[in-house]
Write a protein that binds this ligand. Structure first.
Ligand code: FRU
Length: 534
């Protein structure tokens, strides 16, 4: 619905904005006839976040773009919905929203698991692994030797490559593996390689326990160690895993900086798995933190790409055409603290919404902002808008099935914020709720609270802590963009300056959004988009 009225509504008490219109669809209202699996399928299988049909998934791997398609590989165990011997699963999409699951890409040999890694399109056949017709796709991954792991030795992990001559559908492991031997580090994994246009070289970043290592190559087969970064810098509450490294333009300028994304587990912003980033310069050999950014890392301990509990192991796509020019990111929407226990069968885990990363500079300080890719907008089937709404106490924004809150994008601005607690709540008829909002004191923060969100008792790590993202002092205004998809909320605050991604499992869908504040709230430009993605 496009609103034709531009009402400024001032209500004190309970205000209903979009309540009681069309009947809610039968989605999720499973009867006793449905099997447990069917109910979970209806209730918990996301509409537009990628999930494998069955089996276990964790990290996104090897993403590249080629011939109009975004390829996504991922850590995959097809035989159970808990972690097991790792394969690379494969999916493709024309728009990163609608995915098609493809046959398995890489299989483990015996006890040699295929851990996380990356892939490039070797357009000039620098590897010599091409056939003179197709550009070979080269994947690099960590070969994790489960036999050696049992023997408790150090050199469990090494870097191997495989190549594909049919756009990533079938793969051959390289006979000359390993391309990087283990040099005496137990956690030595997750190589992310890419083409460094500035220094005309292939580069790779690798997680080595408590630091990241840089390598370079001319042919993707011989790798030369360059330097390392990160020992005693940033968050170190757990092992460093799944790094990424790329050059990016500062928005609206011709200045370029280098960004290092570094996942770690545990020790994330709100416990368990988390993703931090660093901004600096790279001379083709060594990464040096920008001095202002270094100050911020010292003050804040770490700068996080996402403050929610459920965005891990995220990295960016390779080979995005220059004409597009975006830096595109996707993460695993879960957390090792409870990922294997979440109540979904016969699959477990989804990816985050793909995000465009941009580097901005304010007061001499760089920040990496994230926003959902614009491709999501083409699935908007219905839009409702309200120019403004003001109220005190509890205000109902949507109720009664007017909007399908299991696939929606909600945007609004808050103005004239006071020193108050602004609590938004998604709720259902079973009395379950998910809350988020701003605690706007001098120690202001954003929060997500899933302690009443339905099924939470599968792990005491799931809902025991309210996730927080610190803001700086009392906020005067705020801009929210929220993506909902059955079991996930992704909050993009102030155009992606702060992001929180969390999952939840209500026993029936949320059908209402309300907000409460003690001193009153002013909402402007409320836009609620229903999505239709099936
Ligand atoms: C991160 C991670 C990686 C590893 C993979 C194994 O979630 O632990 O470091 O390569 O998962 O599945």
């Amino acid at each position: 619905m496009k609103s034709t009225k531009h009402l400024s509504l001032v209500f004190y008490g309970t205000l209903m904005l979009f309540a009681g219109f069309t009947p809610y669809s039968a989605m999720g209202q499973a009867t006793g006839v449905l099997k447990k699996e069917a109910t979970e399928e209806q209730l918990y299988r996301p509409n537009f976040h990628y999930t494998p049909k069955k089996g276990w998934m964790n990290d996104p791997n090897g993403m590249f773009y080629s011939n109009g398609k975004y390829h996504l590989f991922y850590q995959y165990y097809p035989n159970d919905n808990v972690w097991g011997p790792m394969h690379w699963g494969h999916a493709v999409s024309k728009d990163m929203i609608k995915w098609e699951e493809l046959p398995m890409a890489l299989y483990p040999d015996n006890q040699k698991y295929i851990f996380s890694g990356s892939a490039v399109v070797d357009t000039k056949n620098t590897s010599g692994l091409g056939n003179g017709k197709e550009a070979p796709i080269i994947a690099i991954y960590t070969m994790h030797d489960a036999d050696k792991e049992k023997q408790n030795v150090i050199d469990v992990e090494q870097q191997d490559i495989a190549y594909s001559l049919d756009e990533g559908i079938t793969w051959k492991k390289f006979e000359g593996n390993p391309v990087i031997k283990n040099s005496g580090i137990r956690d030595f994994r997750d190589p992310k390689m890419s083409w460094d246009e500035t220094h005309q070289q292939w580069i790779m970043i690798l997680a080595a326990q408590d630091r990241a290592q840089f390598y370079k190559s001319t042919n993707l087969k011989n790798w030369e160690y360059l330097s390392d970064f990160g020992k005693n810098i940033g968050a170190h509450g757990g092992v460093w895993e799944c790094p990424d490294f790329f050059q990016i333009k500062v928005q609206g300028t011709n200045e370029s900086k280098w960004v290092l994304i570094q996942n770690l587990n545990p020790g994330g912003a709100n416990g368990g798995s988390g993703v931090q980033y660093f901004v600096g310069d790279f001379d083709g050999k060594t990464f040096t933190l920008d001095p202002q950014f270094a100050k911020r890392v010292t003050e804040e301990n770490a700068v996080w790409l996402d403050y929610g509990k459920d965005n891990y192991a995220g990295v960016t796509w390779n080979n995005i055409p220059n004409a597009d020019g975006r830096r595109l990111f996707i993460g695993w929407m879960s957390n090792w603290a409870y990922a294997e226990k979440v109540p979904t069968t016969p699959w477990r885990s989804a990816t985050t919404i793909p995000r465009e990363l941009q580097l901005i500079k304010k007061a001499n300080d760089y920040s990496l902002i994230s926003n959902p890719v614009k491709e999501i907008n083409k699935y908007i089937s219905k839009t409702m808008t309200k120019k403004s709404a003001k109220g005190k106490g509890s205000l109902t924004l949507v109720e009664g099935g007017k909007v399908d809150l299991t696939q929606a994008i909600i945007e609004f601005n808050l103005k004239n914020l006071r020193q108050d607690n602004y609590i938004f709540m998604l709720s259902n008829k079973a009395g379950e709720s998910l809350s988020f909002g701003i605690n706007n004191s001098s120690d202001s923060y954003l929060f997500v609270d899933r302690s009443k969100s339905g099924r939470i008792d599968f792990s005491d790590k799931f809902a025991s802590v309210i996730s927080k993202a610190n803001l700086k002092g009392i906020q005067k205004e705020a801009v929210f963009k929220i993506i909902l998809d059955k079991t996930s909320i992704e909050i993009f605050y102030n155009n992606g300056e702060k992001v929180m991604t969390e999952i939840f499992f209500p026993t029936q869908p949320f059908t209402k959004i309300s907000v409460s504040s003690n001193q009153g709230i002013e909402i402007y430009n409320l836009v609620i988009n229903d999505l239709s993605i099936k």
